[in-house]
Design a protein around this ligand. Structure first.
Ligand code: 13P
Length: 340
């Protein structure tokens, strides 16, 4: 393990004005996204969609890294350049999702544990050779009646820490993603309570597994009311609660925090990030690692047609730029209606 190298890559992922594009949808998830634009999920469609995203001109001004899926890491541009090579040449770090998904946790109805530890060392060795500089593992915690249980939180925290240790052993920066879902009708207070329990356990496990905090990135949910809550918290309340919660549980040595969007609208996700960054100074850089909040408008513009590539890239670059501005608190909602 080269601590200097890990810290250098982690810092590059978190560099000012930039964030991470999460384009690591599994085949199942991208198939669902394509269904929304009535496009069949063939390997070539998945490749051409990712090519549209990765070749957006000037994306490196706002994007420091892209998270890929196993299939995508092995695919090429139309000119025959492997995606990781293409990204790296353009100043964007390639990363890889390495978990194999959240599976039902036996004996704990309604809860999941993320799998993928078996054979992970060997897969990481191969991914490093294919160009991956960082990795991602997502644990999923749902809020509902009687859930989450303390045991499910612990099982997920333990797996996250074992994953992170294996990554650092192979000189790959781990993105540690414990996601508390925003699917329910719960309040912001309940989300904060659960997020606190989760972060406390996750950092306890990371510490025990001897993780170098300077060589990792945390990818958390924001502290936010559930999508179905009758009274949703304001953007200012979300920003304050999230920063408060993170300050209590995330050691300052952590290289940075890159949020998931988790089902927030693209504008909500940008506004929340910008408000948090205006609450500074903060112990760590705060940026984005959005999937849907960066891609949704681009996917809708693309519609699976090569004639729409330019328009779709414009949409992606627009969201990337607004989120880039949000990393310094320089975003204002009025920018949404201004020309790109
Ligand atoms: P969303 O931003 O769409 O939540 O995706 C981020 C991600 O990587 C989820 O694992």
């Amino acid at each position: 393990m080269d601590c200097g190298e890990l810290a250098r890559v982690a810092r590059a992922m978190m560099v000012k004005n930039k964030g991470i594009l999460a384009a690591d949808e599994s085949t199942g998830t991208i198939t669902k996204r394509f269904a929304g634009i009535k496009l069949e999920s063939t390997e070539e469609h998945r490749r051409s969609y990712r090519e549209m995203l990765f070749t957006a001109p000037g994306a490196a001004a706002w994007i420091s890294g892209v998270i890929l899926y196993d299939e995508t890491l092995r695919q090429k541009t139309s000119d025959g350049i492997a995606f990781p090579t293409f990204l790296e040449k353009n100043g964007i770090l390639p990363g890889i999702k390495v978990d194999t998904g959240a599976k039902p946790l036996a004996q704990f109805p309604g809860e999941t544990v993320t799998e993928g530890l078996d054979g992970l060392r060997e897969r990481l060795i191969e991914y490093r050779k294919l160009g991956a500089r960082f990795a991602k593992w997502r644990a999923v915690i749902d809020i509902g009646t009687g859930v989450p249980s303390a045991f499910a939180i612990m099982a997920n925290a333990h797996a996250l820490a074992r994953y992170a240790a294996l990554c650092q052993e192979q000189d790959i920066v781990p993105i540690v993603e414990p996601e508390v879902l925003m699917d329910g009708a719960h309040s912001l207070e309940r989300c904060e309570e659960v997020t606190e329990m989760v972060l406390q356990k996750v950092f306890g496990q990371l510490f025990q597994h001897r993780i170098d905090f300077a060589g990792m990135v945390l990818k958390p949910n924001m502290v936010i009311s559930g999508k179905k809550a009758s009274l949703r918290a304001t953007p200012e309340q979300v920003a304050q609660a999230t920063v408060r919660c993170l300050k209590r549980h995330v050691p300052p040595a952590v290289a940075g925090i890159a949020f998931l969007s988790g089902g927030q609208s693209p504008t909500e996700a940008t506004q929340h990030l910008s408000l948090m960054n205006s609450l500074g100074p903060l112990p760590w850089p705060l940026t984005f690692s959005y999937g849907r909040a960066l891609q949704d408008t681009a996917l809708t513009a693309w519609k699976g047609s090569s004639t729409n590539v330019g328009a779709a890239q414009k949409e992606l670059l627009r969201r990337a730029k607004l989120n880039g501005l949000a990393t310094t608190g320089a975003y204002a909602p009025a920018m949404e209606t201004q020309a790109a």
